[in-house]
Ligand binder design. Structure first.
Ligand code: HMG
Ligand code: MG
Length: 345
């Protein structure tokens, strides 16, 4: 149970009976015979993208020490997969210019996987020198977004990544693959399943171990999520290799995640505080907040291994460092609760 609900339960009816929603108890998940939730997994892996996707588009560039505090904090809160930086050109993404420092100074734990984005061989070489043993390649399903984001067409990007993935695997690294603009592109509008499939299959053929399907500009809605994921699975892609990556631009991220869970997806990307956005996707705003995802999963009786109290205290601090109110709903509820009971955050 979260600290907030524990405090409430001291002077109010138990959360389960007060309609506040469950916080971890399996009984709160509802009857076991539920048809809607029969494929929902018991455990879900949270892939934290806050230090990379979250910070890459912030007005305030966090100093390296604060980034390290953030990464080590989310790991201490129980996150076991975290994307810490990107080895991209700092002229394109100034907030990630300290990638070498972040990746070589972060205190690593052997039970945690740390990853970084790499767009080409130069990025991979940097990541290798910094001691990364996992990297992620990324491209959109659409040509125009790829030209704007990585200065290549889709086919050129795939050709580059064939070399990068091959080389990374030869160096003993694991490689994740992002397909972005899966549910819509800021430049081309609607995106067909065929375009998503083309990029997804190419990445898998290269040997990426997991595909993260990005709703880069947060336009997806639940039926579309089902259509795309089931379409990929029908084409022979293993559901266990699919992760979902939602930006909550239009408030549909948790609904979309629920659908992905109902299909049986077991990996969810999220960013602490709801930070985030792609600098080359006009209108893109924050990723779905890790606290909001963990709260919902706990209430559904799904294990994440993440301590919500620790997580929310990090995001409360982060809002101060970035001098803005972060979008996470759970964080806002927590801050409101602390203000009501006079607790200093
Ligand atoms: P380019 O200008 O075409 O690169 O950029 P180039 O190969 O022509 O080289 C030009 C200069 O860049 C050279 O330096 C290179 O050395 C340098 P110069 O000789 O002029 O001094 N360079 C590099 N420097 C540092 N690191 C490198 C690197 N590569 C070349 N790795 C490039 C091509 C890909 C580098 C550039 O477009 C770039 O850095 N793009 C990254 C943009 C980015 O990070 N966007 C945000 C990612 S978020 C996203 O895509 C969505 C996601 O979150 C999922 C979702 O939400 O859906 C993943
Ligand atoms: Mg993203």
């Amino acid at each position: 149970m979260t600290e907030e609900l524990r405090t409430q339960s001291a002077d109010a009816p138990a959360p389960e009976s007060s309609g506040l929603g469950g916080a971890g108890a399996r009984s709160a998940a509802g009857p076991d015979e539920s048809q809607l939730f029969s494929s929902v997994p018991d455990t879900v892996s949270i892939y934290e993208v806050g230090p990379r996707d979250g910070l890459q588009n912030e007005k305030v560039v966090l100093p390296t020490d604060r980034k390290l505090e953030l990464i080590e904090g989310v790991v201490d809160a129980g996150v076991s997969r975290v994307e810490i930086t990107s080895f991209v050109n700092p002229r394109w993404v100034p907030a990630m210019a300290d990638h070498m420092d972040v990746a070589s100074r972060v205190k690593r734990r052997s039970d945690v996987r740390y990853s970084a984005l790499v767009p080409n061989m130069r990025g991979l070489d940097g990541a290798t020198r910094a001691g990364m043993d996992e990297v992620a390649v990324f491209l959109a399903a659409t040509d125009t977004h790829n030209r704007k984001n990585i200065n290549k067409t889709t086919e050129e990007a795939l050709a580059t990544y064939r070399t990068v993935v091959d080389e990374a695997k030869g160096r003993g690294m694991k490689v994740r693959g992002y397909v972005s603009c899966v549910y819509g592109c800021p430049y081309e509008g609607a995106v067909s399943l065929d375009k998503v499939l083309r990029v997804a299959e190419s990445l898998l053929e290269m040997g990426v171990y997991e595909l993260s399907l990005g709703d880069t500009i947060g336009v997806g809605t639940p039926r579309q999520i089902e259509y795309i994921i089931r379409g990929l699975v029908a084409a022979g892609i293993d559901l266990g290799q699919i992760a979902v990556h939602f930006h909550d631009t239009r408030g549909t991220a948790l609904a979309n995640i629920t659908v992905a869970l109902q299909i049986g997806v077991r990996t969810i990307d999220s960013a602490i505080g709801g930070l985030g956005g792609c600098p080359y996707a006009p209108g893109a705003s924050g990723n779905v907040a890790t606290e909001d995802v963990v709260y919902m999963l706990q209430g559904m009786g799904i294990e994440t291994g993440v301590d919500l109290d620790k997580l929310v205290s990090i995001s409360a601090r982060l809002g101060g460092y970035l001098a803005r109110e972060l979008p996470s709903k759970y964080l806002k509820a927590h801050l409101g609760h602390c203000a009501r009971i006079g607790k200093v955050v």
